[in-house]
Design a protein around this ligand. Structure first.
Ligand code: GLP
Length: 242
């Protein structure tokens, strides 16, 4: 794992955006695996800025997102599809048909998981996967479990995740209890992984993920086994490992 130390959130966002931009410039039709949450917001802002100044085009880029809440329509303000449109896709020259998220409204759960795995397979895999880190070590919505899950699956969210994500909803009761997520095998199949972590509150779990035992109880610990991971963290997040 390569560790890149950033001063603060802004610096982390710029450094991580630089890595994604380099990937797009080197392979304009690359497949990016994208993430939601607060951490990548600054990265997307930087990418939009570079697009607006003419130095970055997304015209050939294809994307697959990690996850989506079950039960939320794409137009729902808290859906991850809405988040991606709002924070990136609507501000750059990407072909929206080439951007993919699980369908939160799918009626047949198993069929939706198969469909999403097939979307990724048809793209011949992910060139660079962007990942945030949950407070309990989750990646995507792969929550702590007894075993690593392989492909796309539907998870029941843990109370701590529901609590953490409730900050974006009006009431905690509004947070969906289930979500679709890419599996660990799919994430590990990405050619390159870019993990971004910010803030003191993530320092402990980041140390566990990077230097603790590899265990499905800390899903991000599996990244220790991936051959090409870059971690970009700010000083607070890296304070226990830097
Ligand atoms: C959410 C998302 C993850 C994200 C994580 C951390 O639940 N499903 O993909 O990485 O939690 O979010 P944040 O960056 O807001 O701390």
């Amino acid at each position: 794992m390569q560790i890149i130390k950033a001063k603060d959130y802004k610096d982390m966002s710029r450094k991580a955006a630089g890595i994604l931009a380099a990937q797009i410039i080197m392979k304009p039709d690359c497949v990016l695996g994208l993430a939601t949450g607060s951490t990548p917001v600054g990265i997307y802002e930087q990418l939009i800025q570079w697009h607006k100044t003419g130095s970055l085009s997304f015209a050939g880029v294809r994307t697959v997102n990690l996850d989506e809440y079950k039960g939320l329509a794409p137009g729902h303000e808290q859906s991850y599809r809405y988040f991606m449109d709002d924070h990136l896709f609507s501000h750059v020259d990407i072909d929206k048909k080439a951007t993919h998220t699980p369908d939160g409204l799918a009626e047949d759960e198993a069929a939706e998981c198969r469909r999403y795995d097939e979307v990724i397979r048809q793209m011949q895999g992910v060139d660079m996967q962007l990942l945030g880190l949950g407070h309990n070590g989750h990646i995507g919505f792969n929550e702590p479990a007894e075993a690593f899950q392989k492909g796309t699956h539907c998870v029941t969210l843990t109370e701590s995740t529901i609590q953490a994500n409730s900050r974006l909803f009006e009431r905690i009761e509004d947070v969906p209890r289930q979500a679709y997520t890419m599996g660990i095998k799919t994430i590990m199949g990405a050619k390159k992984i870019l993990l971004v972590v910010s803030g003191q509150d993530k320092a402990g779990i980041l140390r566990e993920a990077c230097f603790g035992p590899v265990t499905p109880k800390v899903p991000a610990s599996v990244l220790q086994l991936h051959p090409d991971v870059t971690l970009v963290g700010d000083a607070e997040a890296l304070s226990l490992i830097g």
